[in-house]
Design a protein around this ligand. Structure first.
Ligand code: ME8
Length: 509
């Protein structure tokens, strides 16, 4: 069964930061989990390169927009690679395949009578690339106005093409009614429904006061509004308008993962464009929350923008991936601090999981010549722990299926904590003299439990979990969820155990 997941395409007006890394890592975990579960996955990311905001950023550094976007888009690609994000494709909106597809989408909307030439007069925030009503603005003592997001607005008056969004109000509401899971988290659904019920105005979908965009077919005085251009990426990357190509089987998308700031574009405008074009709408749009840094909004002028690659250089990739998804429930807001990251590294990773593996594996190395023992006759406690471990894949499938990535980790840690309690209680080190057969049975229960844990954690921490599975002697081709039904071969020679998660010790000042 296919599974198509996307990240937003990132604006190339500045270098990638921790917020972009967060979305990409979360989408990666979801993509990897579905691959592990045997699904045919397509995972798309990319960059959003047109519009006034990007044009202005290029001008500010004295570059032509194309040269500028080439450079910044490459930085996003590098970030994804360094974070081990496993996207299958990366689309740039300046690529010919995208321009052709977006042009075809426009032509289709116009042919269906859903785009007409009009006039726009109103407020526009370049930073948000969004239109605002007067009533939503804040007026400052110096007479300037800002949008609810804090972005400065300017008065725009120009001929524009408009999309007949108002005509889709009822169809959108009906869709929300029949597909209760269309939008997540659950609270966002009501927010979107009230927005639609509040009345939809036709949407300006072209701009005629600057040039950096895809020309409107048949009227090169206009370029397409950057959001129509950008949203189209999810289908142009699959080959749209060609619906007979190999990738079209992935449409409709199973999941558009977005930040909460852009939910409305995805959950209102995008389905309306698709309905107008006669295309199926995505199955689900999930919005995650917002990161602040040590309590403050991330901002270039404040100088507190966190570079994800610098974090990875300092702390290592998997602790960063783990921290971001564990620290806050997915869908809620979070605050980043190095202290909290180090806490997670030392407690969850080094103490709970790292020690569990290291203790179990070094007992096998020392007392059983490094040979994986046979399962013994199970005790009540063995059954309880193995039962918890066996239930994990199905529990995680459920959590990941509703994007509850933090819950998936919490559920896994419940098993890890139970395994630590088990090892303390069974004290296999003491059984070595008194009951070596029982010691072997206990170590096998631990090895089997760690195997399940390491298997289901692969999407979150691919590198470290590969090393843990290597140490358990799990063959490379036997690491997906279905392999868990096949017991590991007894007497497999395990490599010498090595700590996977070192403790982080602050250097003395
Ligand atoms: O909105 N915390 O691009 P973008 C959490 N090009 N996530 C954050 C974040 C933060 N502080 N800052 C950014 C755009 N993000 C459009 C999208 S899609 C057709 C077009 C994440 O680069 C969040 O997911 O401004 C946000 O939605 C995404 O980066 C893209 O931000």
């Amino acid at each position: 069964m296919q599974f198509y997941v996307t990240t937003p395409i990132f604006y190339v007006n500045g270098s990638p930061h921790i917020g972009h890394a967060y979305t990409a890592i979360a989408a990666d975990v979801i993509a990897r989990f579905h691959r592990l579960d045997g699904r045919d996955v397509h995972f798309l990311s990319g960059t959003d390169e047109h519009g006034q905001k990007v044009e202005k950023a290029a001008r500010d550094v004295g570059l032509e927009p194309q040269a500028f976007t080439d450079r910044v888009s490459a930085e996003f690609r590098t970030m994804l690679a360094r974070l081990e994000v496993s996207n299958d494709d990366f689309i740039r909106t300046t690529e010919p395949r995208h321009k052709q597809g977006a042009t075809a989408l426009w032509t289709q909307l116009a042919a269906n009578g859903d785009i007409y030439l009009g006039h726009y007069e109103g407020w526009y925030a370049v930073r948000d690339e969004d239109f605002y009503a007067e009533a939503d603005l804040t007026t400052h003592p110096d007479g300037t106005r800002t949008a609810p997001t804090g972005a400065p607005v300017e008065w725009v008056r120009e001929p524009n093409y408009l999309f007949r969004l108002s005509a889709f109000q009822d169809r959108l509401l009906a869709h929300y009614e029949t597909c209760p899971d269309f939008v997540g988290p659950a609270g966002k659904r009501n927010e979107m429904i009230s927005f639609i019920r509040g009345g939809l105005h036709d949407l300006s979908v072209s701009r005629s006061s600057f040039r950096w965009g895809i020309p409107v077919p048949g009227d090169s005085d206009h370029v397409m509004y950057v959001w129509l251009d950008a949203l189209a990426n999810y289908v142009t990357a699959l080959g749209y308008p060609d619906r007979t190509g190999p990738l079209w089987r992935f449409w409709p998308a199973d999941l558009h993962l977005v930040g909460k700031d852009i939910q409305r574009f995805h959950a209102v405008y995008w389905p309306a464009f698709l309905m107008a074009a006669g295309l199926p709408v995505p199955r689900r749009i999930f919005a995650h929350g917002w990161w602040t840094i040590e309590g403050a909004k991330m901002s270039k002028s404040v100088g507190n923008v966190v570079d994800p690659l610098a974090l990875v250089d300092t702390y290592g990739l998997d602790p960063v991936r783990y921290f971001l998804l564990r620290e806050v429930p997915f869908g809620g807001d979070g605050d980043f601090s190095a202290r909290a990251l180090v806490g997670r590294m030392n407690v969850d990773l080094a103490n709970d999981l790292g020690n569990l593996a290291q203790r179990s594996l070094s007992l096998i190395a020392k007392n059983l010549s490094g040979l994986l023992p046979e399962p013994g006759p199970p005790s009540e406690e063995d059954r309880a722990l193995l039962g918890m471990a066996a239930a994990l894949p199905a529990r995680l499938r459920e959590h990941v299926g509703r994007q509850a990535l933090g819950d998936a980790l919490e559920e896994t840690w419940r098993v890890i904590r139970a395994a630590n309690a088990y090892i303390d209680h069974q004290a296999p080190w003491a059984l070595r003299r008194t009951d070596p057969a029982r010691m072997a049975a206990v170590l096998r229960v631990l090895a089997d439990t760690i195997r399940v844990v390491a298997t289901v954690l692969q999407p979150f921490m691919p590198g470290s979990m590969a090393r843990m599975l290597d140490q358990l002697g799990v063959p490379e081709g036997e690491r997906d969820l279905s392999a868990l039904d096949r017991p590991l071969a007894a007497a497999t020679a395990l490599p010498p155990p090595q700590g996977v998660f070192p403790r982080w010790v602050e250097e003395a000042a």
